[in-house]
Design a protein around this ligand. Structure first.
Ligand SMILES: [Zn+2]
Length: 304
């Protein structure tokens, strides 16, 4: 458990509210993760070969991908959830969840237990995901993957409204959660679990179709959610039973999309160009929309 105050080391993220001294996850310290950002969409198949589903060597959706998912989600919140999110967000965010959706990436190297929570490392050549088999870190510690993290931070946020959860030093430590951080982690990880590619496809789409303005992408996806995908939205939101969230479903879809699309038709020496971009962009758009809809559905179930 770390007692350090992350905001002291990251003054640009100076959230002046709701800081508890306890770590939200009591994991041991780990070494930093490897990040390998590809320079452009023209990546060789050799590079793609190391492109495992949600692997630690893959850069995230990027700021625009996470911002898009959080903007879509915030616009779909119930009144109660919107109010709770507004109160939990740091003042500096000015009630814009999207603006702090990449916070979890910025604190990876300070919260050194957190990098394994950004991905799931599924076995090579297997296009399936199983929580019990796959949700662990490189040391084999169970629950330390993005699906486990979504369950964990959802559980923490479900304690919202419980006075024992409000950073009360006299409360039982298990309830002494920092719900602001829990919200930011959950919002980010809901993006990560829907990730199939890194941010190159999103950045290229932004440049080509939206004048490099991510608001254009958000608007386009919101229109698709209410039109083209309207009959699918309820299915995306539904977890079955009374579950507040269902990361195993999201992860299973992700590994299938990676196998069906990310690697499909790619050989070792091929160079990925426009055909690849144009055929994969619809999948990226779909995953961004699903991430936003599901983050909203989860927060609506959490906050009522
Ligand atoms: Zn991440």
């Amino acid at each position: 458990m770390t007692k350090e105050n992350v905001f002291g080391l990251f003054p640009f993220l100076a959230f002046p509210v709701k800081i508890c001294t306890s770590s939200p996850l009591q994991f041991p310290l780990l070494t930093g993760e490897k990040i390998n950002k590809m320079d452009s969409l023209r990546v060789s198949a050799l590079a793609l070969a190391s492109f495992l589903f949600l692997s630690p060597v893959v850069h995230s959706w990027g700021v625009d991908g996470h911002l898009t998912i959080c903007r879509i989600a915030q616009a779909r919140l119930s009144a109660a959830a919107a109010d709770a999110v507004k109160k939990l967000l740091p003042e500096s965010a000015e009630n814009d969840l999207g603006s702090v959706c990449s916070w979890a990436d910025h604190v990876k190297f300070h919260y050194r237990w957190s990098p394994p929570l950004h991905y799931i490392d599924t076995p090579d050549n297997l296009c399936t995901y199983q929580y019990d088999r796959d949700c662990k870190d490189e040391n084999g510690v169970k629950d330390r993957c993005v699906a486990g993290a979504i369950n964990n931070y959802t559980s923490q946020l479900l304690s919202h409204g419980n006075s024992a959860s409000q950073c009360n030093p006299s409360s039982h430590p298990i309830y002494n959660y920092n719900l602001t951080e829990a919200l930011l982690f959950l919002s980010h990880f809901m993006g990560d679990i829907h990730q199939v590619w890194d941010d190159n496809i999103i950045e290229t789409a932004d440049e080509r179709f939206y004048d490099s303005n991510v608001d254009g992408l958000v608007d386009a996806l919101q229109k698709n959610i209410t039109n083209e995908w309207a009959d699918q939205v309820q299915k995306w939101e539904n977890c079955g039973g009374n579950k507040p969230t269902c990361p195993d479903i999201y992860a299973s879809e992700g590994i299938k999309a990676a196998c069906d699309w990310a690697y499909k038709g790619v050989t070792e020496d091929s160079v990925l160009e426009d055909d690849y971009f144009l055929s994969r962009l619809p999948i990226v758009n779909l995953r961004l929309a699903q991430g936003g809809v599901r983050l909203a559905a989860t927060l609506n179930r959490i906050f009522g």
